[in-house]
Design a protein around this ligand. Structure first.
Ligand code: ATP
Ligand code: MG
Ligand code: MG
Length: 538
């Protein structure tokens, strides 16, 4: 398939299928419901669901909800919504917490086999005694407790007899292992906390490194794909599956996580931005969350195409955030209408146009895609143009409006600036122009040329709109104080019909999305998705 970019996992799966190691693949997307999904998760979603689709396998959506403290059903719901919105459908929906009883049973098995013990050291003491890369670990004084004592203590842990942190269950592997993960890792800890799914049934909870391989094994996952940080955990993953005597043996594969310029890619840090009210929620259009990108105006297609293009590798890298922007431009270019919008309005009166008359001009919805049909735009004696399209004293090579100069109004007439009106403080409040009826667009007028074309909106029927202009939230590792600029301007009257999440291209400004949270029947709020041009090339 020629348009598939590099993906070493595809080769592994092809080989596994060819050699008969697996008959059908099963992947999973295993988010912890402790925040909203971000664009990094989208890479993992597209990868896991994409591979299963390609090889006619299955994908589970599994909530990895083994930590009672940070998890919430609000996150569960948002994650389901985001995965669906991206265009994927899971074969099964599972909660890791549904396996708590099974995991506990396997822990008892480990104890019985002499492969796990209850340890009384504190978290800090355990951390220290596990040593470093250059220094071997030290065995815990509790390591050689009898099986009977371990069984009893573990049961008492489960019964709630001990406080948080008083005891843990540890795997008995090898304190001298060169891999620190194998130095008697903690399998269970005590947490007297109410779990969003299991309530107060449990006060001991499995650690990620113990729980995850069991979840994969229980579900019959064939290819358990995770990010590179877990590469060194793979021996422990395999140890857990083997020593717990799981019937199905899943395998872990690692790929490089998505990192992007000017982008925070961690739920913990994104949650901080929400909690500290730097943004107005997880779905703030400046957030790299799926819900933020959706509200900003990104489409599932653009995100999927982006994920496809960045590919899957085993080396860490940083993707330019302009690449994501490239894909939304590409997706919207031929799909959306291109009405005119004036973001910083300046009134223009066309003195030789008859008072009270309004004519309706024809214009394409999208000049690059004539199949989208035509729209009508009103034109009259009063219009708005952009403030920056007029200068009283123009610099060299300025071809827009200035006293005595003539420009083309997009899809309308030539106008010439005759007079500048100012208020008492000298601020320009109005421009007076004349128009030339001969120059009407579409009539083939060739009598003379002008160098500038500007956009405009007829004043009496203009629809007021709020424009929300964005810059990156994070720049050079700092919060950008100018990440949001709000402007009150106007759009063409036909945009009165615009619905939340409708998308447009405003000539010379960029692509915009109708904000679903702030737009009401009375007020239209538009989010800048992305500007029109970029130096970015693929
Ligand atoms: P975060 O650090 O943002 O909290 P996480 O890895 O802890 O991310 P999980 O909910 O555990 O979040 O992630 C679910 C899945 O998404 C995991 O399989 C993880 O590997 C993957 N994932 C998370 N972040 C990225 C990323 N930046 N690029 C690719 N995959 C990611
Ligand atoms: Mg995680
Ligand atoms: Mg995390």
């Amino acid at each position: 398939n020629e348009n598939k970019s590099s993906n070493f996992l595809r080769s592994i799966i092809l080989e596994d299928l060819r050699e008969g190691k697996v008959e059908e693949i099963t992947t999973r997307f295993p988010p912890e419901p402790n925040g909203y999904l971000h664009i990094g998760h989208a890479k993992s979603i597209c990868l896991n669901f994409g591979l299963a689709d390609e090889f006619k396998g299955k994908t589970n959506l599994r909530f990895d909800d083994t930590n009672p403290v940070k998890e919430d059903t609000e996150y569960v719901e948002s994650i389901k919504e985001d995965v669906k919105w991206l265009g994927f459908d899971w074969d099964n929906l599972f909660f890791a917490s549904d396996y708590f009883a099974e995991m506990h049973k396997r822990a008892v098995l480990l104890i019985e086999k002499g492969k796990a013990y209850v340890c009384d050291l504190s978290a800090e003491e355990i951390r220290k005694s596990r040593g470093t890369l250059t220094e071997a670990g030290k065995e815990s004084p509790y390591r050689n407790r009898s099986v009977a004592e371990n069984l009893e203590l573990f049961e008492r842990m489960r019964q709630g007899e001990f406080k948080d942190g008083e005891k843990v269950l540890r795997a008995k592997i090898d304190m001298g292992s060169p891999n620190i993960n194998m130095r008697d890792p903690v399998l269970y800890r005590i947490a007297h906390a109410t779990h969003h799914n299991t309530g107060d049934t449990w006060c001991i909870y499995p650690m990620y490194d113990y729980a995850h391989p069991l979840e994969d094994a229980i579900e019959g996952i064939t290819h358990s794909i995770c990010t590179l940080e877990f590469e060194d955990h793979r021996p422990l993953y395999d140890w857990v599956v083997r020593e717990c005597e799981m019937e199905h043996v899943p395998h872990q594969y690692e790929f490089a996580r998505l990192n992007m310029t000017n982008t925070v890619m961690s739920k913990r840090k994104l949650k901080q931005l929400v909690d500290e009210k730097v943004v107005d929620g997880w779905d703030d259009p400046r957030m790299p969350t799926i819900s933020g990108l959706r509200r900003r105006g990104y489409t599932p297609e653009a995100i999927r195409n982006f994920a496809q293009a960045i590919g899957v590798a085993r080396a860490d890298s940083v993707v330019d955030s302009k690449m994501l922007e490239h894909f939304i431009r590409e997706d919207l270019k031929l799909k959306v209408s291109r009405p005119m919008a004036v973001i910083r309005p300046l009134k223009v009166v066309i003195t030789n146009y008859p008072e009270g008359q309004v004519e309706r001009l024809d214009a394409d919805h999208n000049k690059e895609n004539p199949e989208m049909g035509k729209r009508k735009i009103p034109f009259s004696r009063e219009i708005y143009i952009e403030q920056e399209d007029f200068m009283e004293v123009p610099p060299p090579k300025y071809h827009r409006l200035y006293p005595g100069n003539e420009v083309r109004l997009m899809d309308a007439y030539f106008i010439k600036c005759e007079e500048v009106i100012k208020d008492d403080e000298g601020k320009i409040i109005e421009i007076r122009c004349t128009y030339d009826p001969e120059t009407k667009s579409g009539t083939g007028f060739t009598g003379r040329k002008v160098k500038g074309t500007i956009h405009w909106v007829e004043a009496t029927q203009a629809v007021p709109a709020e424009f929300r202009l964005y810059e990156p939230l994070i720049q050079d590792d700092y919060i950008n104080p100018n990440s949001l600029e709000i402007r009150q301007g106007f759009v063409e009257p036909y945009m009165k019909e615009a619905k939340p999440q409708d998308k447009f291209q405003f000539p010379r400004h960029g692509y915009f999305n109708v904000d679903p949270n702030y737009t009401t029947p009375e007020s239209l709020v538009l989010n800048l998705i992305v500007s029109l041009k970029s130096s970015f090339v693929i």
